[in-house]
Design a protein around this ligand. Sequence first.
Ligand SMILES: NC(=O)C1=CN([C@@H]2O[C@H](COP(=O)(O)OP(=O)(O)OC[C@H]3O[C@@H](n4cnc5c(N)ncnc54)[C@H](OP(=O)(O)O)[C@@H]3O)[C@@H](O)[C@H]2O)C=CC1
Ligand SMILES: CC(=O)C(=O)O
Ligand SMILES: [Mg+2]
Length: 636
Amino acid sequence: MISLNRSCFLSNPGISGTRSPFSHSQKRRSAPLKVVALGTNAARTGERNGSVVMENTAKEAVELKSTVHGGVKDVYGEDTASEDQLVTPWSVSVASGYTLIRDPHHNKGLAFTEKERDAHYLCGLLPPVVISQELQVKKMINAIRQYQVPLQKYIAMMDLQGRNEKLFYKVLIEHVEELLPVVYTPTVGEACQKYGSIFTNPQGLFISLKEKGKILEVLRNWPEKNIQVIVVTDGERILGLGDLGCHGMGIPVGKLSLYSALGGVRPSACLPVTIDVGTNNEKLLEDEFYIGLRQKRATGQEYAELLQEFMTAVKQNYGEKVLVQFEDFANHNAFDLLAKYGATHLVFNDDIQGTASVVLAGLMSSLKLVGGSLADHTFLFLGAGEAGTGIAELIALEISKQTNAPVEETRKKVWLVDSKGLIVSSRLESLQHFKKPWAHEHEPVNTLVDAVNAIKPTVLIGTSGVGRTFTKEVVEAMATNNERPIILALSNPTSQSECTAEEAYTWTQGRAIYCSGSPFPPVEYEGKVYTPGQSNNAYIFPGFGLGLIMSGTIRVHDDMLLAASEALASQVSGEDYDKGLIYPPFTNIRKISAHIAAKVAAKSYELGLATRLPEPKDLFQYAESCMYSPTYRSFR
Ligand SMILES: NC(=O)C1=CN([C@@H]2O[C@H](COP(=O)(O)OP(=O)(O)OC[C@H]3O[C@@H](n4cnc5c(N)ncnc54)[C@H](OP(=O)(O)O)[C@@H]3O)[C@@H](O)[C@H]2O)C=CC1
Ligand SMILES: CC(=O)C(=O)O
Ligand SMILES: [Mg+2]
């Protein structure tokens, strides 16, 4: 085998003179290229058997260079490595035979044609029948439906992802409303809680304190080189389930599968990462199946240094334009990381910024049902952390843009309650920095129901992570003060929802405009069926990320979040409004994501933050054309 540097990979993957036994196939444009790591680093990759397959034809590789490639120069790191640095000796061959059907990027299972079976040494390795991908989808969804337990469905989907990636995405895209609750919230929450017990094949990259000093090397163990999006967690605030340590890996894996299914970012360009600095979850530390470091969380300088090394290595390995999405960090780190790396990297905090954008979109569209402008409303939050203050700030910013009032003024339309009661000026000294802008003049109020009665909000938003905190008394107070109370119970998973759909409709006699973070089924109340909406950042981040990537954006700007909100709100149809919905259905999510991507990219060009020039004429069409398709390719 011949070691491969990037320039020859991009210009001529069918390298002549290779000693691979399948070298004849390398001249074929659609042969599945296999990039193999050999030597010392490969030995450390263990369960990959030192061999991985990259999904790139020569044509695609050249296209990558000219389109959305993430600014990578020295893909394998060999050109820039100094003599004392270790490198991974990558080389290229063609996947075939047993390796091909064990390779999730290229495996088609029974859909390999006769011709492909002949050409790629598959004869005898598969039963005689050849079926279409459509039939495979039908078979898979039927199989998933047989499982009664959601976690079994999750395991079956993860197994499919590890076996046949294209089929996984085709099933997910074609049955998105049915399968989102399986691969994402609420089931992913249960999967994280039981991650050690259900763990079989590792997914994503685990970077623990043990890797301190060699994170760059660890990144280079990952088989894919053209990474465009990284979703990273340190597992400290997994949904509303608290510190799940290394078991938080389910979240980056789930979020990135939505990046591909909902936003069309190629799966090979996505990298899930869990930073393991320990856990303070005693139950996990005592759990014999726990997969992470068995120690208390590192904090302070030790934590900061690991994150700094990670962020530096990411930029060095993948370039300036790789998007790093922070996910489910605890708020004592999340705000600081966003502020620090927002100045030097393309970073996005989904819990602060993605959530803000999705909720603002819902509020914009809800005006069609309740009337008035945003400035006419009063907002009360239960929960003043990442999600709560993130949403609050974007609402204030939007009102400020609409009314030309300073944001310090428009913030006064928004009130927040935390675990100690209403945030008011007398508490200012003791408040965390992200709560301080919300400490308005008011006498202390201890309970949510008292806050509802005192503030008389038109919109009540739950971001507390604590279930059933919108009690009957609270919801009834909202219904007394408002003809159509807007009630958003955003906490995930379902068990943490501030109130159920049934409670919201029953306690308001069907008048509530209700959304939850995790989906609830329709509710029948006094002979009428009410369809609850889902207010989840999954509407935003896939399209938002696509917009950043396709425009080569180098920094995230708040105006892009506002653009994404407007784009999402514009996709709500008259039919949706008739049903009392303030979000469009997820069935159209790829179109919605393309609209969001186009508006985000347009804003980025306007702000001078996009580097992909010239700007495409039709950004919506361009977004659609960039999207990953899970349809099988033919191998010659
Ligand atoms: N639907 C969606 O798209 C999203 C949903 N979420 C969900 O939102 C929830 C919160 O996430 P996040 O903001 O990141 O978490 P944080 O930990 O940053 O914030 C939680 C906030 O809730 C407050 N709180 C906790 N318990 C109570 C209580 N009993 N009464 C009043 N306030 C309370 C905390 O108060 P104190 O500060 O005093 O401790 C804190 O202000 C999670 O369940 C998460 O799953 C998050 C992102 C997106
Ligand atoms: C949806 C999400 O990001 C959360 O609950 O944390
Ligand atoms: Mg999150």
